[in-house]
Every structure is written in C-alpha cells, then in structure tokens.
Write a protein that binds this ligand. Structure first.
Ligand code: KG4
Ligand code: ZN
Length: 383
C-alpha cells in the first residue's frame, strides 16, 4: 500500500510517500517521495523554536511540499474535469490563506493513487501540529481515504528498526532510548505498539541540554551538531583533557535522568574562563558530550537488566550524534541484545518515520479512533 504522511510537530515541515508491503514478520519499504523543509534558520535568532513562527511557516510550506512529494513519487496529475469542492470540508483549517491554497491544490490535481494518509498528532508544539492535522483531515475527506494519526515518538522507534528498506521482526521486548529536543525517555515496547515507560528526564531533555550548553559556548541553535563537531575535533587532536563535569544521577538506582545540573555545572565552569579560547571551548564540548554519553549508556544498561530487553533502539534527533552512536554500538551488547540506530538522515524529524509507524498501525488494526486533536504532551506509555 501507499501511505502519504505529514509531519509538522516542530520546526520541520515534511511530506513523504511510502510504499509498504509485507507483514509484521517482514515488511519492505520504498520511499517514493520525500519533501522536507527545515525552518531552523528562521528560528535561530530566537535561540529555539518559536511556536507561532513555526505554525506560520508550516502553513506557508505544506502545500508546496505536498506537491513536491507527489511529483517525486510520480503521483501528481492535473485534474481533468473541473470539480466543485464543498468548502465546508476545509472548515477545520480555519486560516484563510491556507484554505485557499488547499482548495486550489485539490481542484487542480487529480486524487493521487495513495491508500491512506498519516499525520503526527503529538507530542510537539500544538499550533504546529494543528497545521498538519487539519490539512490531513481535509485531504482525507476530499479524497475519501483513511487517516492514521501517529505519535511522533512511535515514528522514531519504528524507523530505528529499518535496515536497507526492510524491517524484520525484532526480538521483543524492545527497549527504546528516545533522545530529542523535547524528550529523554526509556520506553519498553513489549510487543508491537505496546509500551511501558521505564525512565525519563526529571528536568531538561538531552537535546535541550545540548542546545543550552551550545548557547553558553556562543554557538548557534541547534547546538547538538555544533557541540558534536567541536567534541570530535578535540578527540581527533589527541589534546589533553583536564576539565571534569559531573555525571548526573549515574548512581541513582533508577532509570531516570537529569540534565539541568550538568548545564549549571557548565555555567559555573565558564566563570573560570572569562576569555574562552577555541581549545577550551572544544574541551568543554567534549567533556559535556562524554558526560551525557556516560549517563545514557549507564541508564540504558540498567534498563536492559531490569527489563530483559533483547533489542535496543536509539531514536530522536540526538541519536544523530556520532559519539553516542559509536558508544552504543561498542558498549551495549550481550549474548542476547542487539542495538539498532537509524541512519542519521532518519534520526532527525521526517515524515518517512510517520508513514512507517502508520503501516504498523494499519497492519495491527490499531488506528486511534474518534475526533482528532493536537496533543502536545502525548505519551506512548499512556495511550
Ligand atoms: O528529534 P528532533 O529532530 O526534534 C525534536 O526535538 O523532536 O531533535 C532535535 C534535537 C535538537 O536539540 C538538536 O540539538 C539535537 O536534536 N541534535 C543533536 C545532534 N543533531 C541534532 N544533538 C547532539 N548531536 C547531534 N549530532
Ligand atoms: Zn523528533
């Protein structure tokens, strides 16, 4: 089947078309269309994602991205007969410029050959989520095809399982470490799409800590890739490494995390360096990354021993981090534990992962029913 998926939960507007076949034992996927626009540069001056701006940018870009994705998939055809569209189908969209471009889009293009739509309904920024939801709902009504609402974090988990376009059923339970700008949690997937929360951050998310520490070091948003680059340079230079930061909650005897103290430690440390040299900046970046990696590895090991997980997946934007990927591959193993980390291009937000999760929702007949609403704090474990 072909699934068209829309993702607008944060600062990426993305539309993908995925061809999926097979069952939960072995499923095969081909990305037919994948259009993505990052708003990162627009948010940079705010030092983080600014919700109203995100919403406006999603509204501006969603229809052009729909067209681009359909075009790439070879599914964009002109409408042969001029049809009249019942405008009330777009009522939920509310914003007039978007209604007008949506109307033009469905009037000028023929209904594409896709079997289902999928859309992220949480977690994320609600004003941003609503853009994707209302457009997906309108298209579902106009084209008369089903709409599958998807939890963004489920997208990160399922996409971690893809290897060369195939998902072979992993050995359950799966332990997922989800690390992004808004989340840091260890979630157990006991069987397909059945979750239990094992641990979570008590304060800042890992990505948020990367972003805040980067800002303290005078680096632009998003800080993760910047810190990672400096830390790698420090490692490769073989320079000595004297700065020490704490490993928060390493011995807390829980699977929970805390990163705000680490951030404060960097703040105090910086007071010792009124003039920050490039070398010191690199050393701090490296020590910060080492501290985060130590904690993530230790908590994941603790969670494996508590849950008997056979598969570990690492998902979310921070899993693009080279050092974290390396350490998980080298240090998390055992007779009966395998580690799966998505390709870096699938680690950061995209709509392919939403389509992948939608395929499993469809296969397992577990599509959320009822009125669809944006849920900023949507949690996997409480669904
Ligand atoms: O999953 P994601 O794209 O968006 C959500 O937060 O949902 O994650 C974005 C986060 C940002 O905090 C960014 O700094 C972080 O992922 N990130 C990284 C790297 N690439 C992105 N953090 C560390 N190292 C990286 N290479
Ligand atoms: Zn994400």
């Amino acid at each position: 089947m072909k699934i068209l998926a829309i993702e607008t939960s944060c600062d990426e507007t993305a539309v993908s078309i995925l061809e999926a076949s097979g069952d939960t034992k072995r499923a095969t996927f081909t990305v037919l269309g994948n259009a993505l626009l990052s708003q990162i540069e627009k948010h940079q001056e705010y030092g983080g994602v600014f919700p109203t701006l995100a919403k406006r940018e999603h509204q501006r870009n969603i229809i052009p991205l729909l067209e681009a994705s359909l075009q790439e998939a070879g599914l964009l055809f002109d409408q042969e007969n001029t049809t009249t569209i019942d405008r009330s189908l777009f009522d939920a969209v509310r914003e007039e410029p978007l209604i007008a471009s949506l109307e033009t889009f469905v009037k000028t293009h023929a209904r594409p050959n896709v079997d289902a739509l999928a859309v992220t309904y949480g977690p994320g920024l609600e004003p941003a989520l609503w853009v994707g939801i209302t457009v997906a709902e309108a298209l579902s009504k106009v084209w008369n095809i089903p709409l599958i609402p998807i939890n963004h974090m489920e997208g990160h988990i399922v996409s971690s399982l893809v290897k060369d376009g195939v998902i072979d059923e992993p050995k359950f339970p799966i332990l997922a470490l989800l690390i992004s700008g808004g989340h840091t949690e260890l979630v157990l997937m006991k069987d397909w799409l059945q979750y239990e929360l094992i641990g979570q951050t008590l304060d800042d998310a890992v990505g948020e800590a990367f972003d805040k520490v980067a800002r303290m070091l005078g680096l632009p948003y998003p800080g993760g890739p910047q810190i990672s680059k400096l830390a790698e340079e420090h490692r490769e230079s073989g320079a000595t490494h004297a700065i020490k930061l704490p490993r928060p909650m390493l011995h807390s005897n829980t699977c929970d995390f805390s990163f705000s103290g680490l951030k404060t430690s960097v703040l105090y440390l910086l007071k010792e360096f009124p003039e920050l040299s490039d070398d010191t900046r690199k050393e701090i970046a490296r020590e910060f990354e080492d501290s985060v990696s130590d904690v993530l590895i230790a908590k994941t090991k603790e969670a494996i021993s508590r849950t008997g997980a056979h598969t570990v997946v690492v998902g979310g934007g921070v899993s693009a981090n080279k050092e974290i990927r390396r350490r998980f591959k080298n240090e998390i193993h055992g007779d009966d534990v395998t580690v799966a980390i998505p390709d870096p291009h699938l680690s950061t937000d995209n709509a392919v992962m939403i389509a992948l999760a939608a395929y499993y929702r469809h296969l397992l007949d577990k599509v959320p029913q009822g009125p669809l609403a944006a849920k900023g704090n949507l949690s996997l474990a409480k669904e």
